[in-house]
Design a protein around this ligand. Structure first.
Ligand SMILES: [Mg+2]
Length: 229
């Protein structure tokens, strides 16, 4: 039995800046300032980490965790509209086909999410495309800043949900950034890196030491063979 832990942004879907727009709008609404995001990359980062960096760079006084608790519901309220107003929001090549095949083999594959998004944000994002039913559980960015902890959460939640224990070498993380690869490595898991996120090329991803690198999740049979190895 293989456990496959999928990242969302840049891996399953891309939202054409919808996240950043909802983020900035909520931040402004609460603190009366646009967040200072220059040079800040959201790719592969967790929600709490992005928020803390915005909070500190913008010079907001006080405790960032308290600010984050106020920020979360507002961000989540703005997110659906923001996605709807993103004409280029899309599911990546091959994703639906691959998920359909994986989900049709529940004795062979278990699916989970492993994302830096807070869970309700993650569910809103993939729910927009009707993908939630593939992923009964996951590890999310509600609490942790570090990606490997999110992956550990995804494994623990999967073990509980499926009633199985998944060996590290039977567990794959599928992601689009060096942070997914490093998180998987730190958690002792395997990683398939895909270049659909737009920030990391296959060459860059290969340099991270990922177990496998692909342009995208197309060529379904080839991807299945990889997971079956
Ligand atoms: Mg990503």
């Amino acid at each position: 039995m293989k456990l496959l832990i999928f990242d969302i942004d840049g891996t399953l879907t891309s939202l054409d800046g919808a996240t950043t727009r909802a983020y900035s709008k909520a931040f402004f609404e609460i603190f009366g300032k646009e967040p200072v995001t220059e040079g800040l990359s959201m790719h592969g980062r967790t929600d709490p980490l992005i928020f803390r960096e915005c909070f500190e760079r913008t010079g907001i006084p006080g405790n960032w965790r308290e600010g984050y608790e106020t920020f979360k519901p507002l961000y989540l309220a703005f997110l659906p509209d923001s996605i709807q107003n993103s004409p280029k929001a899309r599911v990546h090549v091959g994703v639906r086909e691959l998920l359909d095949i994986l989900a049709a083999s529940p004795d062979e594959f278990a699916l989970a999410l492993g994302t830096g998004n807070m869970e309700p944000g993650a569910r809103t994002k993939i729910g927009y495309f009707g993908l939630n039913h593939y992923f009964p559980v996951g590890g999310f960015g509600d609490i942790h800043e570090e990606r490997y902890m999110i992956m550990q959460d995804a494994v623990a939640a999967s073990q509980e949900h499926f009633g199985l224990s998944f060996a590290p070498e039977e567990t794959w993380v599928i992601g689009d950034t060096e942070f997914d690869v490093h998180g998987a490595q730190q958690a002792g898991l395997r990683c398939l890196a895909v270049a659909t996120g737009g920030k990391y090329t296959t060459k860059m991803l290969a340099e991270t030491g990922a177990d496998a690198v692909r342009e995208d999740l197309g060529r379904t049979q080839e991807i299945l063979e990889l997971f079956r190895r």
